[in-house]
Write a protein that binds this ligand. Structure first.
Ligand code: 13P
Length: 249
């Protein structure tokens, strides 16, 4: 059985004070959830505040990116040891907004994923096709390329420690959710890659989350798909009541 991961990606929202206020409300609603892992990924500057606010709960904290080097002359980057020192335990890697606006490639996504693993963080590796790729029927080809040029570079032991998030770019922040069937189809394609590269058992065990306009009212139908092992939520994770109702689908 794959335990679901219900993760919130706050993107570039909230100050440390707003983070503390969120947790005040969220803790009693979802702080002790046992049916899933709850992960919240605030901006780097709020990691410490989030870790502190989550103490005594089952909520885990994650970064939204991770530098590939341990330290060095990399202005603007944050390294694995820095994230670990904040108390966070997860890191999102390769989000489509990083790929689109900050020139992230399959190669840098792999390097960042390996760094997260090296420093003991759980990477949530994002893949997904753009609108024109979806409309021209290239979803599977894009997923195969992202898998082959990124994730396939991991060792079997490394692969066993990651989660993957399928986020169709056309569904992010647009209110257009992929139907549960479309999402499940994409998840099957990713799992087939995983099985072929890392073996049947690893393919069965890998958790694949769906992301893109996940809201309280569509979570249940997405989670009803056996292929969908959790969600990565943007906008709807910013409000404590809304994200709690997603967690408690
Ligand atoms: P929205 O839930 O706002 O569509 O964002 C999805 C996302 O990008 C999560 O990483």
């Amino acid at each position: 059985m794959r335990k679901p991961v219900m993760a919130g990606n706050w993107k570039m929202y909230k100050t440390p004070a707003e983070t503390a206020a969120f947790f005040e409300k969220f803790r009693p609603l979802a702080g002790q959830a046992e049916h899933c892992e709850v992960v919240i990924c605030p901006p780097f500057t709020n990691l410490a505040a989030a870790v502190e606010a989550a103490q005594g709960t089952r909520i885990r904290i994650g970064a939204q990116n991770i530098g590939w080097a341990k330290e060095g002359a990399f202005t603007g980057e944050i390294s694995g040891p820095m994230i670990v020192a904040s108390g966070a335990t997860y890191a999102i890697v390769g989000h489509s907004e990083r790929r689109q606006y900050f020139a992230e490639t399959d190669e840098t996504v792999l390097k960042r994923t390996q760094a997260a693993l090296e420093f003991g963080l759980t990477p949530i590796v994002c893949v997904g096709e753009r609108l024109e790729e979806f409309e021209s029927g290239h979803t599977e080809a894009v997923l195969v390329r992202q898998f082959q040029q990124g994730i396939a570079g991991l060792s079997e032991r490394q692969f066993a420690r990651i989660a993957i998030a399928y986020e169709p770019v056309w569904a992010i922040g647009t209110g257009k959710t992929a139907t549960p069937e479309i999402a499940a189809g994409a998840h099957r394609a990713i799992r087939a890659q995983a099985r072929a590269k890392f073996g049947k058992e690893a393919g069965e065990a890998i958790r694949i989350l769906y992301g893109g306009s996940v809201k309280p009212d569509n979570t249940r139908s997405l989670m009803a798909q056996p292929e969908i092992d959790g969600v990565l939520v943007g906008g709807a994770s910013l409000d404590a009541v809304s994200f709690a109702s997603i967690v408690n689908f």
